[in-house]
Write a protein that binds this ligand. Structure first.
Ligand code: URA
Length: 292
């Protein structure tokens, strides 16, 4: 029968408890093996966003689906691209990142949703993160809290370029990533429970010029720096914590378009860099490409 393997089958013996992959290298959680995906991978939290991302590609197909990890592969403006959902929060995202690196990915762009901490950032805008405050737990298991969670400069630049090209309203700056949507972001828990130390966290972060709260960027940036991969994040503003507005899905299509277009830009830079044998994107490289 001609069917696709969407998961490592129940009962299948994997390599070992420390290396949960099958004999082909297919990873236990994401159910992908080396060679099946390209280097550029968009990372939404929500599996439902994967087909939305892929709907803007030249062509796409579903590659794998297991638990919260849904992956589509395809081509966007001639560039091989993939999108894998990470689920919510650092622990789930770290699994996706670990396994995607093992099968060949090296450039990640989170395409998420977020709550803005400043009044002037409107619901429906997008935020491009330059770094993330590490209010997650997962990255602290990997490395000391002093280690910075910074995005890759060329991914940030490609995201800004994409937002400019597309005429999307965008903001650039620091993000805070929390493992907790309610208490950890200063929202009352069930029956109004809110420990005093968390009650003003969103206001305190705004005072030190943090733009937004979301739940995965810090883990993504920390792991990517540790492993020498590249990462960035663009998030749609669905909530504003000052005005108290919340609109489900606001700005998501714009964030998706910016993420896709940033991959095209990065691929153009990467191709040129490999032609001229250089490593870093520079203003000179960008100017040269513009003249072509
Ligand atoms: N995601 C978050 O983590 N926080 C918000 O306020 C909105 C989306």
């Amino acid at each position: 029968m001609n069917y696709m393997v969407f998961y490592v089958e129940t009962g299948k013996k994997l390599k070992s408890a420390s290396t949960p992959e099958d004999e082909t290298g297919r990873q236990y959680h994401i159910s992908i093996k080396p060679g099946e995906i390209p280097r550029y991978v968009l990372l939404p939290g929500d599996p439902g966003r994967v087909p939305i991302i892929a709907s803007f590609w030249d062509e796409h197909r579903k590659l794998s689906e297991h638990r919260e990890y849904l992956t589509y592969v395809g081509t966007y403006k001639g560039v091989r691209i993939a999108a894998t959902s990470t689920g919510i929060g650092g622990p789930a995202a770290a699994i996706a990142i670990e396994e995607l690196l093992r099968v060949g990915a090296n450039t990640f762009i989170r395409v998420g949703t977020t709550g803005a901490l400043r009044k002037e950032i409107r619901v429906g805008d997008v935020i491009i993160s330059t770094g993330a405050v590490r209010y997650d737990g997962t990255s602290k298991i990997y490395v000391d809290p002093e280690y910075p969670a910074v995005a890759s400069y060329e991914v940030v630049l490609a995201l800004i370029g994409a937002a400019e090209e597309l005429g999307v309203r965008y903001h650039v700056g620091l993000t805070a990533s929390s493992d907790s949507f309610y208490i950890g972001q200063g929202r009352p828990g069930y029956k109004g429970y809110l420990p005093r130390r968390w009650a003003t966290i969103h206001k305190d972060l705004a005072e030190v010029n943090v733009l937004n709260f979301e739940m995965e960027a810090a883990t993504l940036f920390t792991l990517s720096n540790i492993y020498g991969a590249r990462a960035g994040a663009v998030c749609a503003v669905i909530a504003n914590r000052v005005t108290e507005e919340f609109v489900a899905g606001a700005g998501v299509e714009d964030a998706v378009k910016v993420g896709n277009e940033a991959v095209r830009i990065l691929a153009e830079w990467d191709e040129e860099l490999s032609k001229i044998g250089k490593k870093y994107v520079t203003p000179q490289l960008i100017a040269r490409l513009a003249r072509k």
